[in-house]
Design a protein around this ligand. Structure first.
Ligand code: G6P
Length: 622
């Protein structure tokens, strides 16, 4: 986790660094810091705990920090509590206090990732007379660079590569050396880092939106590579210190796409962007009445040879997998397992070359999903990444990639990326069914036609959002909410429940409706809210019965169902209708009222919708 930025050029660095950090706050926001150099002078380090505006206030929006070269960091704590002393940047000098102010140090650095063997390295450095002021693994790595820098005296690139050989774990590092004013050195392994160049300036960042305002020309620094960055220029080196040439990539997406565009929160904006995200993703896959998987490199022969699909992901992406499981099994008649990436990576799941492991990830950087992908490849499975961020680690390492076109997602709670993943998986299922001969030509064409109606149906649901806003005001003081459903409706309930709890902080659980009576029903008491999802006709009556079991124990009932099931109103206290569609694709519609309910409940409770406590958007630690 964490976000890092860097700038070197002719302008005052601090305001540019703060602006970049503001766009990376989704990566963590428990403390932040800057280190800026004014010409040859020592670096000035300023830190603040809490959200970024504290740091901005402390530096008069950056104006109080002179200098045209600097690095910055926004933190999500891994080692050490979120305090001034643990906030980045960290320095190599044996200073007391929190390492802030003008610090007598040869090396100053910021880091995103985790150094796994930092205790052992710290022992070594203590032995060599280094004194530590923080609990962080970052201070250790900065001091280790300093140690090699002084020991071998061949310069920063050499000191960094020697350090890289010694550390285990993941990192994106940006470092400034006292003897190299105007330059920033960077290194990367398994954590994202990009370097942008413009006329007389260069930028570093964990993610593109942080620098898009200044440049669209970007280098994706490779794993285990080092960069030497000066105004308008970047050079890259491998672990041997040999220079390597990297291509300059032009970012084509719109900077405005990363802004709020008039909505109160990014989450609401992104909920409204779902018709476009789904349509764009579909348009990239469906061409002339066919799903085209050749861009993803999946051939019909590969699809025919499959005997098993394993879907591996975390969080909402795992919920997409849960939904896709029902669709794939039913349409393509393939056995499907859905695994949490954090579990999968440590299990001995048997895989063969006929197993397709699908890793679903918005960011393409989730540490557990990346590790699971590597495990799957090692064990000989065919791998497919369904990823939103182009050039991300998972996209680069998978055998095949199917990109969702949701654009940048800023709110921590995912909405449009989830919907784009869902539609991509539906299109994949339909195509697999066709290639494997489990659906007729007529059925195939009808399903594709139906998929193309989904964006407009989502738009229609969004037009009714005021009803959800009204209902959320009634449940604002709820203590517990249960989401129940069967089959695909259970998968939808999982996502509805997560949206509710992660941003409203109301305890909520999703349960397979038929399983409730085996324990959880004892939690139902007077006025407990139970939300039933009932979109599958075969299972409708059964879920209604389960809801009635809750009602007879005092529960207050809300139902989400498709147009036409008006009899639900006899049982539920509040009913939401969604347009009819092929029941395989209904998750794309049923999830929308549940996203809105979570959103408005969080707003009614006065919470920070886009940045819920304790969470980060991209979880690049185990
Ligand atoms: C975090 C986010 C979730 C997301 C999950 C997986 O927990 O808050 O919204 O579903 O990570 O992220 P990924 O980028 O792999 O989809």
């Amino acid at each position: 986790m964490c976000g890092i930025v860097g700038y070197t050029g002719n302008e005052q660095a601090a305001p540019i660094l703060l602006d970049g950090l503001a766009r990376l706050e989704y990566r963590g926001y428990d403390s932040a810091g800057l280190a800026v150099r004014d010409g040859e002078k020592l670096a000035e380090v300023v830190k603040a705990t809490g959200k970024l505006y504290h740091l901005a206030d402390k530096t008069d929006q950056g104006r109080a920090l002179p200098g045209a070269c600097g690095i910055g960091h926004t933190r999500w704590a891994t080692h050490g509590d979120p305090s001034m002393v643990n906030a980045h940047p960290h320095v190599s000098g044996n200073c007391s206090g929190s390492g802030s102010g003008q610090v007598e140090s040869d090396v100053v650095g910021v880091h995103n990732g985790i150094i796994e063997n930092f205790t052992e390295l710290k022992e070594k450095l203590l032995h060599h007379g280094y004194v530590f002021y923080s609990d962080t693994d970052t201070e250790v790595v900065v001091k280790l660079v300093d140690y090699y820098y002084k020991k071998y005296k061949i310069g920063p690139v050499d000191a960094i590569t020697r350090t890289m050989v010694r550390v285990r774990g993941s990192y994106a590092l940006a470092l400034m050396f006292r003897d190299y004013p105007g330059e920033i050195f960077a290194a990367r392994k398994d954590s994202p880092l990009i370097i942008g160049t413009a006329q007389d300036a260069s930028f570093l960042a964990s993610d593109v939106p942080a620098i898009l305002k200044y440049t669209r020309s970007v280098y994706y620094i490779g794993n285990l590579q080092v960069a030497r960055v000066s105004p308008g220029q970047a050079k890259f080196y491998d672990l041997n210190g040999d220079e390597v040439a990297l291509p300059l990539t032009e970012i084509t997406w719109d900077a405005a796409a990363a802004e709020k565009g008039g909505y109160e929160h990014f989450m609401l904006k992104e909920i409204h962007e779902q018709p476009a995200a789904v349509r764009d993703t579909l348009n990239s896959l469906v061409k002339e009445g066919r799903v085209v998987l050749s861009d993803a490199g999946l051939t019909d022969d590969m699809i025919r040879s499959l005997t098993q699909i394993d879907i591996v992901a975390c969080g909402s992406a795992w919920h997409v997998g849960m939904a896709a499981q029902y669709v794939l099994e039913d349409l393509a008649c393939l056995p499907v397992r859905v695994e949490l990436a954090s579990e999968f990576r440590y299990r001995s799941v048997p895989l063969t070359e006929h197993t397709l492991v699908v890793v679903i990830s918005q960011s393409g950087e989730t540490a557990d999903s990346l590790a699971a992908l590597r495990v799957a490849k090692e064990r000989g499975a065919l791998t497919l990444a369904v990823v939103n961020v182009i050039g991300s680690s998972i996209a680069r390492e998978a055998d095949h990639v199917l990109y969702t076109l949701a654009g940048p997602e800023i709110a921590v709670a995912t909405t449009k990326a989830y919907s784009a993943q869902l539609i991509a998986m539906d299109a994949l299922a339909v195509q697999m069914a066709w290639v494997r001969g489990t659906v007729s030509q007529e059925r195939y064409e009808k399903m594709l036609e139906e998929l193309c109606t989904i964006p407009d149906k989502i738009r229609r649901i969004l037009e009714e959002k005021e009803r959800l806003q009204w209902f959320s005001s009634k449940i604002v003081n709820a203590h517990d909410i249960f989401f129940i459903g069967r089959g695909l409706d259970y998968a939808i309930s999982l996502e509805g429940s997560l949206k509710m709890k992660e941003i409203s902080y109301i305890h909520s659980e999703a349960y397979a409706a038929g399983e409730l009576k085996h324990g959880t029903i004892s939690l139902i008491e007077h006025n407990t809210l139970v939300i039933g999802v009932l979109t599958q006709s075969l299972l409708f009556e059964k879920t209604v019965s389960n809801m009635m079991e809750c009602k007879s124990r005092g529960a207050y009932l809300m139902g989400v169902t498709t147009n036409g099931h008006f009899d639900l109103e006899d049982s539920a206290d509040f009913t939401v209708y969604i347009p009819k569609t092929d029941e395989h694709f209904v998750a794309s519609l049923a999830v929308v009222p549940l996203q809105l309910l979570g959103y408005y409940t969080s707003v009614s409770r006065g919470l920070d919708v886009d940045k819920p406590r304790n969470l980060a958007k991209s979880v690049t630690v185990e």
